[in-house]
Write a protein that binds this ligand. Structure first.
Ligand SMILES: N[C@@H](CCC(=O)N[C@@H](CS)C(=O)NCC(=O)O)C(=O)O
Length: 214
């Protein structure tokens, strides 16, 4: 049994979606980050950086913070969503790192400046919008002519990026400008495990892009 410490955010939902896809049993412990619960000593003991998500695997005794490390751990444990063939394995790691080091943080900043704190810093709005649109173009190019980020194989690289793209409207992104991303987004949005994982820790509808029947 995996204990999952999470909240209704893109980083948290990466892990619940992965657990659903992999069919691993888990128990949810909501950590309300809007109420400061991430700073409680008992959570800090599990997640030294005081951020969700974090897991404790009761079977192995391993506890982890950082969504990328957690996705890799779960893929190894389940034998799913991380290709074994070396070229595809490393391509998956590459795009996972791209998400963790660039796409995720930039989109997170875009949410803060373009959605929640409009008008506070013109410089930050302009900088993060520009980099956000550039990164969506990178993803759009990668997805040209293939179903998923690593060829036609659904991997943890897709699961890492998808919940951030789900917040495209908050990032002032119109998915019609990125047709390959839009097709990929919808392909994944319709998976039952994704719908279930998105509803952790609270029931929620997967966002549908404008004009996509949502
Ligand atoms: N690099 C971390 C980022 C985790 C993160 O930023 N979590 C946010 C929610 S998405 C959080 O816990 N925020 C609470 C806070 O900043 O105090 C990961 O990928 O797991």
């Amino acid at each position: 049994m995996i204990e999952l410490y999470t909240w209704a955010t893109p980083n948290g939902r990466k892990v619940s979606i992965a657990l659903e896809e992999m069919g691993l049993p888990y128990e949810v412990h909501p950590v309300n980050i809007t109420q400061g619960e991430q700073f409680k000593p008992e959570f800090t003991a599990i997640s030294p950086n005081q951020k969700i998500p974090a897991i404790v695997d009761r079977q192995s005794g391993i506890q982890l913070m950082e969504s990328g490390a957690i996705l890799l751990y779960l893929a190894q444990k389940s034998g799913r969503l991380l290709p074994e063939e070396p070229a595809k394995y490393w391509e998956t790691i590459q795009w996972l790192m791209w998400q963790k080091g660039g796409f995720g943080p930039t989109l997170g900043h875009a949410l803060h400046y373009l959605k929640f704190n409009r008008g506070k810093s013109e410089y930050s709005e302009e900088r993060h919008a520009r980099e956000t649109y550039r990164l969506y173009k990178v993803l759009d190019r990668q997805l040209a002519g293939q179903r998923f980020i690593v060829d036609d194989e659904y991997t943890i690289a897709d699961i890492a990026s998808w919940p951030w793209v789900a917040r495209h409207e908050f990032q002032t992104v119109d998915l019609d400008d990125y047709p390959n991303v839009l097709a990929w987004y919808l392909r994944i949005a319709n998976r039952p495990a994704v719908k279930a994982g998105w509803s952790v820790p609270v029931p929620d509808e997967v966002p549908m892009p404008r004009g996509a029947g949502g």
